[in-house]
Every structure is written in C-alpha cells, then in structure tokens.
Write a protein that binds this ligand. Structure first.
Ligand code: FE
Length: 214
C-alpha cells in the first residue's frame, strides 16, 4: 500500500483480484463499477488528501488505522483509512464460483467454535442482516476463538486487535442496484456462492502464527 517516496501519493487503490463482471449475477459489474470505482476510490483519495504533508502519511495503512482508532479528533482520517482497508479486505473475501464449505484446519475450528457449519452460516447471516444501518459482518479470530461480529459504518475489528478472516459489506451501496432493499437475499447469495474459503484459511493460518509472536 505504501510507496517508497515521501513525495508520491502514499496510499493507493489496490486492483480488484478478479474482473468487474466476474461475480455476476450475484454482484453485477454495474454495482462493482460504483462500489470499487467510485466508493472505494473515494476513500483512498480522501485519505490521501487528509494526510498530505502530515506525519500520518509516513505510516502504513494498518499503522494509521491503529493510531487513529481511539482518537476522536482523527475520526475522519480513521473512517477513510478503515473504509480503504475494509473494502480491500472485502474484495479478497470474495471470488467467482466461491462459497461451498471451509476445509482443513479452519473447518475443524468452525465446527469446534460454532458447533457445525450450518450454525456458523446462520449466525453470519443473522449478524449481516441485523446490522442496523451501514456496516460490516466479519468472521474474526478473537483470542483463541472464532466469532462473528458486526461493526457500524467504518469500524473494523482489525483496528482493535482482532484477526479478520472474512467480511461482508452490508452498506446499501454494496447491494442496492442488484437487490434494492433485499439485504438478506444479497447476504445469502454472497455466503453460498462468493465467499473465498481459501483466503479465509490463509488468514486463519496467519492469525495463528501471529498469536505465537509475543
Ligand atoms: Fe462498501
């Protein structure tokens, strides 16, 4: 995310991991052209404007978020930084022909912490559809336990020390063009047909390694 030169733009919009039409019909190219090309880009552009010429521009995106998460006077900076990070993480949580079931160590851990896959899926759907207003639904490793958490607006478990494995964007801009007000239909479709369990497994393995480092 960060470039070597102090005079260049410090934060950049990461490329999508697939083509804009690759998630259709679950998420259309039209939605992605606005969601990625307008919304996500705006967060990155706003962030660069806000931190231009300040010491904050020297930080990585992750450092910046942790630094501003508890600073009310930096709320606008945090919101744009977190939205830049959250969206990049959301794109990586999805893939064409995704969904299905987790495998390996993550499958075992989900069955241990939720009882079975169906209970996990039910809770993910409930948190995602129940999040009031704009926000996100996350699968996180919190300490040694997998949990589903909802966050409002730009808030993100990453900034408060949780390890994120998957996320679903439930802001209206994520689904309104394709599903209008039917958020549950969007969430069910994303869970069953787009979640990238290989990515989640990679994040789970990384989180377990991080826990071993004091
Ligand atoms: Fe979004």
């Amino acid at each position: 995310m960060k470039t070597a030169s102090k005079t260049s733009i410090p934060f950049t919009l990461p490329a999508l991991p697939w083509k804009e039409n690759a998630l259709a019909p679950i998420i259309s190219a039209n939605t992605l052209s606005f969601h990625y090309g307008k919304h996500h880009k705006s967060y990155v552009d706003n962030l660069n404007r806000l931190v231009a010429g300040t010491a904050l521009s020297e930080l990585s995106l992750e450092q910046l978020m942790k630094h501003t998460a508890h600073a009310p006077e930096r709320r606008v900076v945090f919101n744009n930084a977190a939205q830049a990070w959250n969206h990049a993480f959301f794109w990586r949580s999805l893939r064409p022909y995704g969904g299905g079931r987790p495998v390996g160590a993550l499958k075992t851990k989900i069955e241990k912490d939720f009882g079975n896959y169906e209970a996990f899926e039910e809770q993910f759907l409930r948190v995602a559809t129940g999040q009031f207003g704009s926000g996100w639904a996350w699968l996180v490793l919190d300490g040694n336990e997998l949990r589903i958490v909802g966050t409002a607006n730009a808030d993100t478990p990453m900034a408060v020390g949780k390890s994120c494995l998957l996320v679903i964007d439930v802001w209206e801009h994520a689904y309104y063009l394709d599903y209008q007000n039917r958020r549950a239909d969007y969430v069910v479709a994303v869970i069953s047909r787009l979640l990238d369990w290989d990515f989640a497994s990679e994040q789970f393995a990384l989180a377990e390694v991080e826990q071993l480092i004091p």
